[in-house]
Design a protein around this ligand. Structure first.
Ligand SMILES: *Cc1c(COP(=O)(O)O)cnc(C)c1O
Length: 369
């Protein structure tokens, strides 16, 4: 029998979450962002559920090829554009749209031989200072692109640094609008946090194309201010395992490496077949939420490579083989809708849901359910 750990990818949750993006941005086309192998879920596994999107956005040319191999004929956008001149050949061959964020990419396009002019997304650095042309340099980049026979339509794009937080997006929206006011072309600005917090009824932010990433996978970009229940999202990934050991601790006993947990009272604990080599965060300290037979419990002691421990006090009926949910849907989800959001586990480890889902380890078998 294999080790009892597995991950499930929930097609119905992905489709539901995509529907939430559409509901917040009813006048926009939606890019399903599937970079990093669909945030760790697997492009092939999410494809069926997300193919209702208007296009797929990603970074890696090999991932774009995988989408074409799935027979996706619609738009694909390379969010960082091409990395070297010969990437443009693949863009021509597979009809990939690509971001242009620096001058060198325009040079490469200018010397690219193609029968098929390319659709490009010209990116502005409106304040994030990662990729893109400054507002001052944007127009001349646009004019250069517009003069190239290799370029067909030019769309305009920017990315927000604070859509999830108190600073907000107004300063970036103002910079983007001022520098693009009289330019033609479709606009794309919103990531998940902007879709959820700055679009929807009365919010007024327009974006011809929104870029829905983390929300599609059922994590709240602004947790803990808001959780997935607030945004009506469902976890798209469940990581589950089983109890493979039980220990009865006496007062003064300790658990795991470094004896980081000390029992103050007699305590029954379970040992779960899941550790940091499965992608569970080692920095998640005692008290990290975890479900045993669907009942909320807390971890105890340090996470080791292949195992972690859980305090079974809330679930006296737990026994060897009891199902443990590290994050995602409880075994009783169909009856009561109980979930453990990946965001809660991430917060206990000082990180974000994005990092945990992307870090699911290759040794964990994954099924679409
Ligand atoms: C990853 C990414 C997104 C999606 O961001 P989420 O926060 O996951 O919605 C959108 N736009 C760009 C340019 C990205 O790199």
């Amino acid at each position: 029998m294999p080790r009892p750990i597995e991950a499930l990818v929930h097609a119905d949750a992905l489709a539901h979450n995509l529907g939430r993006a559409r509901a917040r941005a009813p006048d926009s086309k939606v890019w399903a962002v599937v970079k990093a192998d669909a945030y760790g879920h697997g492009i092939e596994r999410v494809f069926g559920a997300l193919r209702g999107a208007d296009g797929f956005a990603l970074l890696d040319l090999a991932e774009a090829q995988r989408l074409r191999a799935l027979d996706w004929r619609g738009p694909i956008l390379l969010l960082e554009g091409v990395f070297e001149p010969r990437d443009l050949e693949l863009c021509s061959r597979l009809n990939l749209w690509h971001v242009v964020h620096q001058e060198q990419q325009i040079d490469w396009l200018a010397s690219h031989k193609t029968h098929q002019p390319h659709r490009v997304f010209l990116k502005m650095n409106s304040g994030m200072n990662r990729l893109g042309f400054t507002p001052a340099a944007f127009r001349s980049a646009w004019a250069r692109l517009n003069a190239l026979p290799q370029v067909d339509e030019i769309s305009l794009m920017t990315h927000f640094s604070d859509a999830d937080g108190p600073r907000g997006i107004a300063h970036q929206v103002a910079a983007f609008e001022a520098a693009t006011r009289d330019l033609p072309g479709e606009r794309s600005s919103s990531n998940s946090a902007a879709v959820l917090r700055h679009m929807g009824p009365g919010a007024g932010l327009a974006s011809d194309w929104v870029r829905s990433g983390i929300m599609s996978y059922g994590s709240a970009p602004d947790f803990p201010e808001h959780d997935i229940a607030h945004w009506g999202l469902q976890p798209a990934m469940t990581l589950r395992s089983r109890l493979i050991g039980l220990q009865q601790l006496q007062r003064g006993d300790t658990v795991g490496y470094g004896s980081r947990y000390l029992a103050e009272v007699p305590t029954r604990i379970g040992i779960v077949a899941c550790g940091y080599a499965d992608g569970y965060p080692r920095l998640a300290g005692s008290g990290t939420p975890i479900l045993v037979d669907g009942v909320r419990c807390g971890t105890v002691g340090r996470v080791s490579m292949d195992m972690l421990a859980v305090d079974l006090a809330p679930v006296p009926g737990a026994r060897l083989g009891s199902e443990v949910t590290l994050w995602g849907r409880s075994p009783h989800f169909a009856q009561d809708g109980t979930v453990l959001a990946i965001d809660e586990v991430a917060q206990s480890a000082g990180t974000i849901g994005y990092e945990l889902m992307c870090a699911l380890a290759p040794r964990v078998p994954v099924r679409v359910a």
